[in-house]
Design a protein around this ligand. Sequence first.
Ligand SMILES: Nc1ncnc2c1ncn2[C@@H]1O[C@H](COP(=O)(O)OP(=O)(O)OP(=O)(O)O)[C@@H](O)[C@H]1O
Ligand SMILES: [Mg+2]
Length: 285
Amino acid sequence: MSEIVASQQLPPGCQQPPPPTDAERSAFLVVDHVSKVFQSNREMVVALQDFSCSVDAGTFVAIVGPSGCGKSTLLRISAGLAQPTSGAVLVKGKKIEGPGPDRGVVFQSYTSFPWLTVRENVEFGLKLRNISEELRREASRRLIAQVGLSGFENAYPETLSGGMKQRVAIARTLANYPDILIMDEPFGALDYQTRWAMQELLLDVWEKEKKTVLFVTHDIEEALFLADAVIVVSQRPGRVKNTLAIPFERPRVSALKANQDFVAMKTEIVNLVRLEMPPEFGGRR
Ligand SMILES: Nc1ncnc2c1ncn2[C@@H]1O[C@H](COP(=O)(O)OP(=O)(O)OP(=O)(O)O)[C@@H](O)[C@H]1O
Ligand SMILES: [Mg+2]
């Protein structure tokens, strides 16, 4: 992977944010007693109830829990794409009221524009902000290299594999220099081997970019491999059931997944999630 261009050479408005203060560090993203109720004509669904957690700056937090427990709802609220019924999500002490460039979102479905090339996709947000072509090119070259897509700058997404499409989505999101990456099962549609490679790539990018990450996955091994902390969400209405600190040293490589302590912790988290699943889906209640 090519060397990262120094941040002072990045486009104006795209500089790395200054290092957070101690106060910001201790509470970079705060989910403060969030509840979300969906009301349709026929029924009312309480997706989240009194959900509280906090994510420190520069840390990687994974969220796991049974299907339908409100994980995506929580991420959508954190991204500003939905409003909580009560409570609030705060980033650096400021209440989130809508989407913003400080939060970059990557979903399971590939979100690149099919009519734009890889380079144009990565540069899209910068173009919207009237960043000069030269600076856009510099930023896209660096990010495309970082996600291992050098040589594919002029390809259209439809000609790329699923893993490559998702790498475009990650590069495109990083191009906007968000403070926090919000990722909802970003590797959920990928095959096992590609998923492993993408996990290592994401850790590599994360270690270089020092982003804060909030990451939802169904794959408990993935959560454990990537994160500093794993939050286990209860069955719906979702609330925090457990928060586990993940002690494994970094940098992490795939061989860690065979480590005895890793496997033991994976089993522990699998069991916590299974307790929240209905018996017909393999739950243990
Ligand atoms: N826009 C909506 N309108 C009505 N109900 C909704 C809406 N979005 C989500 N829900 C409901 O809220 C609950 C939580 O959904 P959510 O998508 O957050 O779960 P999830 O934990 O992400 O599930 P999965 O793991 O399957 O992705 C579900 O019962 C879902 O039906
Ligand atoms: Mg979901």
